[in-house]
Design a protein around this ligand. Structure first.
Ligand code: DX5
Ligand code: ZN
Length: 233
């Protein structure tokens, strides 16, 4: 398989919206996946009850979602030992597989294995994790996921203190020092998406703001329009 990579054409500064399936009705997963067919990516939160105090779903369910999803999967692995598990999600067909910097002993090796298995490689950092600690390894990643809540649960309040990390990542991408999509996850809704867009986010994860809306498609379109209007340049 030829590994896919982001190049500068992919970093096109269109706002991308990734609904988080965590806020969907898990008893009706296939229907819930199809309800967000006009999203850019579908964000799937994998939690192992060790890295975070919550347990969601794993590889068999991701494989099932992959079969019915009209949009590419963005797997966010909130798990220990990502070295062992991450390549399986790429092999399952996910477009992007994100691991947590705090859980990796060798992030470069994980990125290499994810890419070799056919997906983009993402690195996530928790709200309290400095970006500066991981700048070197980010050259080997395609996406940077800045967590704007403590990972583990949907429906939490946005932590605006993470925005300086977004601004710094944006600066490094715009100057050509990094080639990656800047993604934000947690508390993104109509009240917060503009400040995230102004700071330089490319990809906006939204769980409760999309699945909690009467019509997810309308919510996605509204968030995309708000972000586009607020993006610099
Ligand atoms: C939290 C998850 C998020 C969550 C976002 O650990 O990583 O993806 O689903 O949900 P909202 O948008 O409701 O904060
Ligand atoms: Zn997530």
């Amino acid at each position: 398989m030829i590994a896919i990579r982001l190049d500068s054409a992919d970093v096109s500064r269109q706002p991308l919206i990734a609904p988080s399936l965590l806020s969907a009705d898990f008893a009706r997963l296939a229907d819930e996946v199809v309800r967000v067919a006009d999203a850019d990516w579908l964000h799937v939160d994998v939690m192992d009850a060790h890295f975070v105090p919550n347990l969601t779903l794993g590889l068999p369910v991701v494989r099932a979602i992959q079969r019915v999803s009209p949009v590419p999967l963005d797997c966010h692995l909130m798990i220990e030992d990502p070295e062992r598990w991450a390549p399986g999600y790429a092999e399952a067909g996910a477009r992007n597989v994100t691991v947590h910097a705090e859980a990796c002993t060798d992030p470069r090796a994980v990125a290499r294995d994810i890419r070799a298995a056919g997906a983009l490689a993402g690195l996530a950092i928790k709200p309290g994790t400095p970006l500066a600690d991981h700048l070197d390894v980010l050259r080997d990643f395609d996406t940077l996921l800045v967590m704007s809540v403590e990972p583990g649960f949907g429906g939490q309040s946005f932590i605006a203190d993470v925005l300086p990390k977004v601004r710094e990542a944006r600066r490094l991408v715009d100057s050509g020092e990094l080639t990656l999509l800047v993604e934000i996850d947690g508390g993104i809704n109509a009240d917060t998406i503009e400040q995230a867009a102004e700071a330089g986010v490319d990809m906006f994860v939204a769980g409760s703001a999309v699945y909690g809306a009467d019509d997810p498609a309308t919510a996605i379109a509204a968030l995309r329009a708000q972000a586009a209007a607020a993006m610099p340049g």
